[in-house]
Design a binder for this molecule. Sequence first.
Ligand code: ASP
Length: 442
Amino acid sequence: MKKLALHWKILIGMTLGILFGFIMNSIDGGKGFVTDWIKPFGTIFINLLKLIAVPLILASLIKGISDLKDISKIKKMGFKTISIYIGTTLVAIIIGLGIVNIVKPGEGMALDTIEKIKAKYETSADVTDKLTKATAQNDAGPLQALVDIFPSNIFQSFVDASMLQIIFFAMFVGISLLLIPEKKAKPLMDFFDSLNEMVMKMVDLIMLFAPYAVFALLANVIIAFDDTEILLKLLQYALCVVGGLLLMIGFYLLLISVITKKSPLWFLKQISPAQLLAFSTSSSAATLPVTMERVEEHLGVDKEVSGFVLPVGATINMDGTSLYQGIAAVFIMQVIWPEGLTFSNQMVIVFTALLASIGSAAVPSAGMVMLVIVLESIGFPAELLPIGLALIFAVDRPLDMCRTTVNVTGDATVSMLVAKSLGKLKDKPNTKEWDDNYDKVK
Ligand code: ASP
């Protein structure tokens, strides 16, 4: 096992987890066993990743910004990052809408299937919970999202892990450090440098546990599937989403090879542990520390770029989610509201899916909550909303796993592009292992 690359170890863990899940599904009491004795190891792993996310963002962003030593560079980086994020998200939505309009997975769905899905999910707690969350989000004023970026108590932001607030605070500190005399700034800069180095080492240590954690996470996903019949009925829809997501990955690889002149296969190999974790956890926020470690130490993006581009991306750039929202919205209309399928409504979807992906939290199934807002924006009848969500609910988890993988890949791609354009992409990444210093202390 020692010589095997990390991504292979994780893949083996995932495969065994899936097999184990299927076996436990077919054994009496198997599900309970997984819930009680296996799932907690996945939860511990996710907790550890979340534990280090806040100090990591804080340290790498403050260090990165103060290292840039030039406020105009920060402006340039911010502008480039946001513009490329918007650009890739628009491409994602257009790919999604293109596919769903060509394949039309929702046309001709049998009435009894719709009835069955309605009966099973329409009033389920999961669906009503998503609707309630969407209403809460929708009730906020138009500038609330902007107000929410500015914290009044940074410790509260740490507690809530409010990513954008922490990013704002870190940039504020970084820029202020640049504006005071170097001698005075140095102690704090050294502190954050050291903090950053230490948290990166924590990522390496946590990743030693990854192959076992993904086993637990995937076994737990598998035991949640119970109705394969409905799953098969939604296969065409699910394949549209997966096909669109694969096209999106192809688009990223094209950008990597044309703009950064790096090999797409090399890129995939280096970023794969983060992709596999995104797939296993369905959360770009939980994956963020690993994405940062891979992008900095394995893809060679300088801290000053990755420290900004990745946390911002995990929060606002969700290409997989917006592609999914485009497909899901049109699919639902094809099944239960065909009269709403107008060109102008689809244009509204492009715009609202862009905003919705910015507003979606980087946690499991957040994309489905924001889908409600996308649907509401085109005047989708409120009484049909629970049926709409019920329609796609059965396949949401596997699709969430796939779209999160794309979300993370998109963030990594954009960080490479921004780094290249600012001359901050190393030719030879400085790869670090968990035990580089072990001999001296063992
Ligand atoms: N789970 C996704 C993420 O964390 C968001 C979503 O599409 O539900 O990136």
